[in-house]
Design a protein around this ligand. Structure first.
Ligand code: FE2
Ligand code: FE2
Length: 344
């Protein structure tokens, strides 16, 4: 019993994030156990009386899962098929070529069919029908094919009960694809050499939320309610209530899936791009801007960035002007509508 209480208190301490100031021991106990309810001064006596019922309920309360436990079991929620993992490794290997990628993808006829269906959708607007995988690879490149394979594998993970009042997992997928197409549009418009990567990170940036939804559903509902009630930053509320945020879990997934550091860091810092390593700050800022625009436009699940603002530091890091941001902001609805083939 006593061990369980100590573990709970220890967990409250270990949960304190580097961004959230650590509360003191008294504050923690008051916040989490209701110290005044637990102890009361006996009238006419200096002694404290313990509310035994509450004390016992604290001792026996289940301890919510911590970050390490969730990361250790992350494959239960979000494991990519072997063929998709091999596609990622081949596409990201500078020594591999289109023929090697063709060989890997060809092993999965169902995936080939899905890729060809997406390639021939209105999203790409190609003038002629693409009937073969090698033609699709030559048109979209290895990064483009990798993105389609990941989209095909990941979209099926967005299932299950609601995330919180008014939002289901499919709303989160709609949001993810919205950020992907808007981030890609920025990269194209600005002629950045990360067009495919911008789409990939946009698609995966909030995947950590899916893990929280599976592992800590009650806590996710509380986080959503708290961030809406107080109009506060979503990740700050996550850190306060569960000790980590969806960026941490997204980082764990991207690392597990062997993505390059640029992708991992853009996911890790998409709500705090100023904290990203300098070489990856541009991509993290780009995703932060795209995310903010999509949330402000109510595209799917929008709670993670609806209270977030685009600042000068983000614009300078990309770099992008406020005029271009407004130009793309005015196109968000059209871009998202064009991406509807990814929703199926
Ligand atoms: Fe996010
Ligand atoms: Fe987001």
């Amino acid at each position: 019993m006593l061990m369980s209480f100590s573990a709970s208190v220890l967990r409250f301490f270990t949960r304190a994030s580097k961004r959230t100031p650590r509360p003191g021991f008294h504050e923690l106990l008051t916040q989490h156990t209701g110290l005044s309810e637990l102890f009361r001064v006996v009238p006419g006596n200096a002694a404290l009386e313990v509310n035994r019922e509450l004390f016992m309920s604290i001792l026996t309360a289940p301890v919510p899962l911590g970050l390490k436990q969730i990361v250790d079991s992350i494959d239960d929620v979000a494991a990519l098929p072997d063929v998709t993992m091999r596609i990622i490794q081949t596409a990201d290997d500078p020594n591999s070529n289109a023929f090697q990628l063709l060989k890997v993808v060809s092993h999965d006829p169902a995936l080939v069919a899905k890729i060809l269906k997406l390639v021939n959708s209105s999203f790409y607007g190609l003038p002629n029908k693409i009937a073969s995988l090698d033609r699709a690879i030559s048109l979209l490149g290895m990064g483009g094919i990798r993105n389609l394979a990941i989209a095909s594998s990941v979209s099926g993970m967005f299932r299950g009960g609601e995330l919180c009042a008014g939002y289901g997992p499919r709303d989160l997928w709609t949001h993810s694809i919205a950020v992907a197409v808007v981030a890609r549009e920025f990269a194209r418009k600005l002629k950045l050499p990360i067009v495919d990567e911008a789409f990939l990170v946009g698609m995966l940036h909030d995947l950590g939320l899916l893990v929280i939804h599976q592992k800590l559903p009650k806590e996710l509902r509380a986080i959503c309610e708290e961030s809406q009630r107080q109009e506060r930053g979503f990740s700050e509320v996550e850190r306060e209530l569960i000790g980590f945020d969806h960026q941490d879990l997204g980082t764990a997934l991207a690392t597990r899936w062997k993505f390059p550091a640029s992708v991992v860091n853009a996911i890790a810092f998409h709500h705090h791009p100023a904290d990203a390593p300098e070489e990856h700050r541009s991509a993290a800022s780009l995703i932060c801007i795209a995310d903010t625009l999509c949330c402000h436009a109510d595209e799917g699940f929008n709670l993670t960035a609806c209270n977030q603002q685009i600042d000068e530091q983000m614009l300078a890091a990309v770099p992008v002007t406020a005029e271009v941001v407004v130009e793309i902001q005015n196109k968000v609805k059209d871009l998202v509508a064009l991406a509807c083939p990814f929703s199926g």
